[in-house]
Design a protein around this ligand. Structure first.
Ligand code: SF4
Ligand code: SF4
Length: 477
């Protein structure tokens, strides 16, 4: 096909789409009321993959609070007491710079990831989507049936059957919300504390129990009623898509070049020659949990859940057309009828994303359990000792970021000398600061300058945990 002819076709199809384009949110009616969505139960290879992914995801979510490393939880986000543990490493307010760098790296990661892979996170890893689509929605299908049965139930007058159905669903949803709230609490105060409270009973922990009920009620509200509105009107990440995506980003997209103009299947299950592959069956719309028609192009409501891909693939299979009329694809490739493949852009961005992830991991893993600061005591000059040595007074400040006491020792590393700590035992108590003065004594002939650089090693057993460079004052001749 000549380039001119191709661009004319694209233009025609764009005009066709413009005519059918909407400028309102799918879940709000013209009267301003909520359009409640009843998506049909999805089915297909992407749905199966997402189910498998979510099983792994949920297993990790509910298992992590039980995992400990060196008697510490693997993860803890205690915002109340400002204690944070990532991968078993305790972070203190002093580690703020790691948080800041980590956060910046994470933001850059999210931006780059979205530029390349669109909203893959929303569909496959966001807790809201996982819990909504893979836990609560599945339970809803199980209790109330598929979309048409749910619609029927909604339209029924309030009778014993409907009350029983609704009460069962509410009870099950609230129970699961309560369990989720407990696990979120475990991520904040630790599973040991949660289990201890359970053991002590409600009366001994009334305030915590009331807070738990509050959080469970929020989860219940979100999953029972608010649902897709979280993604559409609350989530800041969703709102940012308009500025993060470009025409090369990979998104769930409808191939309008192949699909338009839409036509109906004929009686003998064929499509008229002048029509595209879309038979306007609305299967893709019926499964959409945010109530949109992906054929209108990328929309802010689309959480890339892939349900419409499965629905359309099923139709394409039935009418003997190639799969992928709706697929993961970039706008650019759709317009030029190309398929996504690994290119320099994808490889380059993925490389940078891997580097950023690596940087985050290194930041986390190279953080010290003990921080040491050594300063020469202010206002103190050197002292000449009767045995001919010179002595300087220093102050060491140690921060123990672990939950166990750590005995430490000091060594002079770059010359011979003696260190005398004023405190008998240099033990830093768990999760505490500790400071003590100490003397460094060096033989007079070794001190030839007014300020001699010295290197002090801080050791935990035989393991060096910090090297500190400072200066040693002497007479200077
Ligand atoms: S348009 Fe498709 S991918 Fe997007 S939310 Fe709807 S069903 Fe999911
Ligand atoms: S499921 Fe496929 S064929 Fe049916 S309306 Fe959607 S895009 Fe067209």
């Amino acid at each position: 096909m000549k380039e001119k002819e191709f661009s004319e076709i694209v233009q025609e199809k764009r005009e066709y789409l413009d005519e059918t384009f909407r400028d309102s949110v799918a879940t709000i009616s013209k009267q301003g009321t909520r359009n409640y969505i009843f998506p049909k139960k999805p089915n297909g290879r992407f749905y199966n993959w997402r189910t498998l992914t979510s099983i792994i995801y949920l297993a990790v979510f509910f298992t992590l609070p039980f995992i400990k490393v060196n008697e510490e939880p693997l993860f803890l986000f205690n915002v109340i007491q400002r204690k944070f543990i990532f991968f078993g490493q305790i972070f203190w307010p002093q580690d703020f710079f790691i948080f800041a760098i980590g956060l910046l790296t994470f933001i850059v990661f999210v931006i780059l990831f979205t530029v390349v892979f669109g909203r893959v996170f929303c569909g496959w890893a966001c807790p809201q989507t996982i819990f909504m689509e893979m836990v609560f929605r599945k339970i809803e299908y199980w209790l109330d049936g598929d979309a048409h049965q749910q619609k029927k139930l909604k339209e029924l007058p309030w009778n014993a059957y409907k009350i029983r159905k609704r009460a069962t669903k509410m009870a099950v949803f609230y129970f699961i919300s309560f369990i989720i709230a407990n696990f979120f609490l475990a991520y904040i105060i630790g599973m040991d504390s949660v289990l201890a409270m359970v053991h002590e009973g409600i009366s001994a922990n009334l305030a915590t129990f009331i807070s738990l009920l509050g959080f469970a009620s929020v989860f219940f509200f979100v999953y029972y009623w608010f649902r897709e509105q979280v993604c559409i009107v609350v989530c800041p990440y969703g709102r940012l898509q308009g500025v993060l995506l470009d025409k090369k980003s990979i998104i769930v997209a409808y191939d309008y070049v192949r699909g338009e103009p839409r036509g109906k299947l004929t009686k003998d299950y064929t499509i008229a020659e002048d029509k595209g592959d879309c038979i306007d069956c609305h299967a893709c719309v019926r499964v959409c949990p945010t109530g949109i028609d992906i054929r209108n192009g990328t929309q802010l409501e689309c959480v890339n859940c892939t349900a419409c891909i499965d629905a359309c693939d099923d139709i394409m299979e039935k009418i003997n057309k190639p799969l992928g009329l709706i697929r993961y694809e970039s706008e650019e490739n759709i317009a030029h009828s190309k398929k996504s493949k690994i290119n320099w852009r994808l490889a380059g961005y993925s490389f940078v994303l891997t580097l950023l992830l690596g940087f985050l991991v290194v930041l986390l893993l190279t953080r010290d359990d003990v921080d040491a600061r050594i300063l020469r005591t202010a206002g103190q000059m050197y002292q000449s000792l009767p045995d001919g040595r010179i002595s300087n007074l220093y102050n060491i400040k140690l921060i123990n970021k672990t939950r166990k006491d750590i005995p430490v020792s000091l060594k002079l590393e770059n010359m011979d000398g003696e260190i005398t700590v004023v405190t008998k035992n240099l033990v830093v108590p768990a999760e505490s600061y500790f400071q003590t003065p100490f003397f460094v004594k060096i033989a007079r002939p070794l001190i030839t300058k007014r300020k001699t650089p010295i290197v002090l090693g801080v050791f935990q057993g035989n393991k060096k945990i910090e090297t500190i460079n400072t200066t040693f004052l002497g007479p200077g001749y």
